[in-house]
Ligand binder design. Sequence first.
Ligand code: PRP
Length: 206
Amino acid sequence: MTRHGNPLTIALPKGRLEEQVREHLASRGIRFEFTDRKLVADDESGRFRFLLVKNADLPVYVAHGIAGLGVCGEDVVYESGHRFFRIERFSFGGTKMCLATHADFDPDGARHMTIATKFTRFARDHFHKRGVAVEIIKLNGSVELAPVLGLAPYIVDLVETGSTLRANNLVVREELASISVSMIANPAYYKIHYARIDELAALIHE
Ligand code: PRP
């Protein structure tokens, strides 16, 4: 307990987004460190408790109210199937969800689409809405290998700089969606803590 009461709990994703989120929060005076491989850290003021979780698990923690708030991409939220309140949409960390193939692949010669992806729900829903029959193969990472090794001619994956595609001689065939990074809230948690969460939202607003 601090003079502010229990800290607001905020889940952060391990990986490339973590540093960007930490820098943005530090620019608004919210400073914390995960020392000695600890996965829980309070900020210096004691108002916020940060939980460092695996990206794809973040919506699980927020949906169960273990973390009241969380920062993650819309891709992860969509795959989770959970619904949250969006507190803030950030300008950093944006990516594009793209359909890509090997540079030598001829899409016009293909009778049906076999797609390897981490984002099975997104890919299925996207092509279903367009009335395109697709076969989806679920992978958990290094999706760019699928066309190279012959598992599937198509991939649906996030493209940020494009360097992973280029390095594997793949090209974007279509941009399917822009994906932004948001701070989300468990709706019940928001109802209880809305005053402090609104204060936080104003503080981190860009
Ligand atoms: C993501 C994404 C691509 C890559 C795109 O993977 O799935 O593979 O980043 O980034 P780029 O356009 O800047 O090259 P991530 O690094 O999260 O890991 P993964 O290979 O386990 O999917």
